[in-house]
Write a protein that binds this ligand. Structure first.
Ligand code: FE2
Length: 333
């Protein structure tokens, strides 16, 4: 992969320069709450994520589904029927409606357009929030007061995910993406993998978002956190019994020190089991730059280099952004 590829025709180029640099972030993000994926195979994906992957359906609509982990979030994954598979939305948790309102005020000062004005969210899972677009047109939601469910035993026997761990995004401009997510959204860069990947945190987890420099904007993969390495391995075992074998892994990455096992869902999007994500002590952490050598991206030496097939899946379909899709007019709702 080239470090500085040219964007493909039509790709939205990240452009932080058109925003004045904020004196401080517009909001304090507490956690990665959920991800919404556009899927060409919603029915098959619901079966996959509920029967093989270990999530539990919470709501089902004609062409959409919501699934939860064992944590308190009403859902961590939303699947929406679409002509092409890809990212629909990323939602971050914010503490209070007042912080949402303040974020809206500060986003307006930065001339960053709101797609949804702050207020009660008319969606499954409820909440109070707002939505805006990042520099590459991704739909980002900030929310609080969403519905919660009674958590299952977080360390229970079933080998099922408890929460989202991270979303990795392919970007045409990794520096602009990092500048926006740090300066505007207050994330911190935990580590770099040369100038190819950047790992960003908003809480003690080593990363909740990572950017991968690529030829086009798209979603690279979504990772789900298992409570322990035992749950992680038993989860991989259950997938094998369901006829699903890893695209890459199991192994352990250097940056984040987390275990990894990558799979493709029926719509072709990459999903990952992970565990033991490194915990960051905010005031003591030093950002590092990791060399991209096999012994650091695969600490155990069990996974080997990523295959062409997994790279193809992770490259995804070029995403021209939320406003490029039919029916998304950008008119605040
Ligand atoms: Fe990952």
């Amino acid at each position: 992969m080239s470090l500085h590829p040219q964007p493909v025709e039509g790709t939205v180029k990240g452009d932080l320069a058109r925003y004045p640099a904020p004196a401080e972030p517009v909001v304090r993000l507490r956690a990665l709450r959920s991800v919404s994926l556009r899927s060409t195979a919603v029915d098959e994906c619901v079966d996959f994520y509920s029967e093989a992957w270990g999530l539990r359906p919470t709501e089902r609509d004609r062409d959409a589904a919501w699934l939860r982990g064992t944590g308190a979030e009403h859902h961590i994954l939303q699947l929406v029927g679409a002509d092409e598979s890809g990212l629909d939305k990323i939602a971050f948790a914010v503490a209070t409606p007042r912080e949402i309102d303040e974020a809206a005020h500060r986003l307006r000062l930065l001339t960053i357009p709101l797609i949804t004005e702050p207020g009660p969210l008319d969606q499954v899972g409820g909440g109070y929030g707002l939505r805006f677009l990042d520099p590459e047109g991704r739909l980002i939601e900030l929310s609080c007061d969403t519905y919660s469910v009674t958590p299952d035993d977080p360390d229970g026997l079933p080998a099922v995910p408890r929460k989202l761990a991270h979303v990795v995004l392919n970007t045409v401009d990794i520096d602009a993406a990092c500048a926006f997510y740090t300066a505007v959204l207050g994330m911190r860069i935990s580590d770099w993998s040369e100038h190819q990947m950047a790992f960003l945190r908003c809480n003690a987890d080593h990363h909740v978002i990572a950017f991968n420099q690529a030829e086009w904007s798209s979603i690279n993969h979504v990772a789900y956190e298992m409570p322990s390495i035992d749950h992680f391995m038993r989860g991989i075992g259950r997938l094998r019994h369901n006829g699903v074998t890893p695209l890459w892994g199991p192994g352990r990455h250097g940056p984040g020190n987390n275990t990894f096992g990558y799979f493709a869902d029926p719509a072709g999007l990459v999903c990952e089991y992970t565990s033991e994500v490194e915990q960051v002590e905010e005031d003591a952490w030093l950002c590092r730059v990791w060399r991209r050598v096999p012994e650091l991206s695969d600490l155990w030496g069990t996974a080997g280099p990523p295959s062409k097939d997994v790279r193809r899946h992770m490259a995804g379909v070029p995403d021209l952004g939320h406003l490029s899709r039919a029916g998304n007019t950008g008119v605040p709702s």
